[in-house]
Design a protein around this ligand. Structure first.
Ligand code: AMP
Ligand code: FE
Ligand code: FE
Ligand code: ZN
Length: 283
C-alpha cells in the first residue's frame, strides 16, 4: 500500500510531517510521499519518523506551475519525487513562488478586509511558521473569524478564482519546471490532470508536449477524477509511455481526502526510485 501525494502543515495540510507518517502507519501503508506545495521543509521531520512508524518515505514536492496554452495560462500541479533539494534552478523557482504566494496572500487579505472582519495577523495565526501560504490559510482565518463555516464554503465563495478577492501568484512554466525537476535528478508526475472542479484543465495536446519535455507520469487514481477521466488518462499514459500513479492528496483535517484512499503499484514506485537521484528512506 503506497500513497504518493500528501501534505503537512509545511504547506496547507494540518498534520506535522511526522504525523503524516503516523497517519500512514495507522492506515496500513508501507510507503508514503510527502509532497507539500512548493517546499521541502518537511522532509527532515518526516525522515525522523521512518524508523518509529515503519513507513518508508518518498521525499517529494508539489510544484505550482502554469502551462501556456492557446486558451491562456492554466494552473498545473507538478509532483516531483526524489530530486536533489539543493539544485539551484529548482530551489530558486520554489523560493520565488513561495515569496510571491506571501505577497498574494497579503493582497487577497487586504481585499477581503474591505468586506469582512479579517486581518493579516488572523492569517498568520493560521499558518505554521515558514509554511507555503495559500488560500487554505485564508479559509481557516475566515472560519476562525466566523465568516464561513468551513474551508469548503470559503473556496466555493470568496476564495473562488471567479471571486473579486482572488489574486493569482507567480508560477513557473510547466515545461520549464519538468526540465528543472529532471536536471535536479527528480521524477516529474502531473498531479490530478483532470481535476476540473478546481478550474480549467490542460488538453491532451499539452500533456503530449509535457511528455516530450520529459514528464514521467500521470496521477490517474485521485478523488477529483471520475471513472471516464481515469480510463482516458490510463489510455493516454499507455500511448505516451508514462507511469500511472494513484494517491490520496491527504491534507489532514483540511480536506475530506483520507490517507491511502488511492494507491500506487509497487513496481511503479520501484521505477520512480530507479530514475530518481535520492533513495526511498526505508525503516
Ligand atoms: P492556492 O494554491 O493557494 O491557490 O490554493 C489551492 C489549494 O487549496 C489546493 O492545493 C488545494 O489543496 C486547496 N483546496 C482547493 N479547494 C479546496 C476545498 N474546497 N477545501 C479545502 N482545500 C481546498
Ligand atoms: Fe493543497
Ligand atoms: Fe494539487
Ligand atoms: Zn496536493
Amino acid at each position: 500500500m503506497i500513497d504518493l501525494h500528501t501534505h503537512s502543515r509545511e504547506s496547507d495540510g494540518t498534520d506535522t510531517p511526522r504525523q503524516v507518517l503516523e497517519a500512514a502507519a495507522a492506515a496500513g501503508l508501507t510507503a508514503v510521499a510527502l509532497t507539500d506545495h512548493d517546499t521541502t521543509a518537511g522532509w527532515a521531520d518526516a525522515a525522523a519518523a521512518v524508523a518509529r512508524t515503519g513507513v518508508a518515505l518518498v521525499r517529494g514536492v508539489e510544484i505550482s506551475t502554469r502551462a501556456a496554452t492557446p486558451a491562456g495560462g492554466i494552473s498545473v500541479h507538478l509532483l516531483a519525487y526524489l530530486h536533489d533539494p539543493e539544485h539551484p534552478a529548482l530551489l530558486d523557482e520554489l523560493g520565488r513562488t513561495r515569496g510571491d504566494r506571501m505577497d498574494r496572500a497579503r493582497r487577497m487579505t487586504a481585499l477581503l478586509a474591505q468586506d469582512f472582519p479579517l486581518t493579516w495577523d488572523d492569517v498568520v495565526a493560521q499558518t505554521h511558521d515558514g509554511a507555503t501560504v495559500g488560500r487554505p490559510h485564508l479559509a481557516d482565518a475566515l472560519v476562525a473569524a466566523g465568516v464561513v463555516a468551513s474551508r469548503d464554503e470559503a473556496f466555493a465563495t470568496m476564495l473562488h478564482p471567479g471571486a473579486p478577492y482572488y489574486v493569482p501568484h507567480y508560477a513557473p512554466d510547466t515545461a520549464d519546471a519538468v526540465r528543472a525537476v529532471l536536471a535536479a535528478g527528480g521524477v516529474p508526475v502531473m498531479a490530478h490532470p483532470r481535476a476540473g472542479a478546481r478550474g480549467r484543465v490542460v488538453t491532451e495536446a499539452t500533456i503530449e508536449e509535457l511528455a516530450a519535455a520529459g514528464l514521467a507520469g500521470l496521477e490517474v487514481d485521485h478523488r477529483d477524477h471520475g471513472d471516464a477521466d481515469r480510463d482516458r488518462l490510463r489510455e493516454l499514459a499507455a500511448e505516451l509511455d508514462l507511469l500511472v500513479t494513484g494517491s490520496s492528496d491527504y491534507h489532514g483535517t483540511g480536506k475530506l481526502n483520507r490517507i491511502g484512499e488511492h494507491t500506487t503499484d509497487a513496481d511503479v514506485l520501484a521505477e520512480i526510485e530507479r530514475r530518481g537521484r535520492l533513495e526511498v528512506l526505508r525503516p
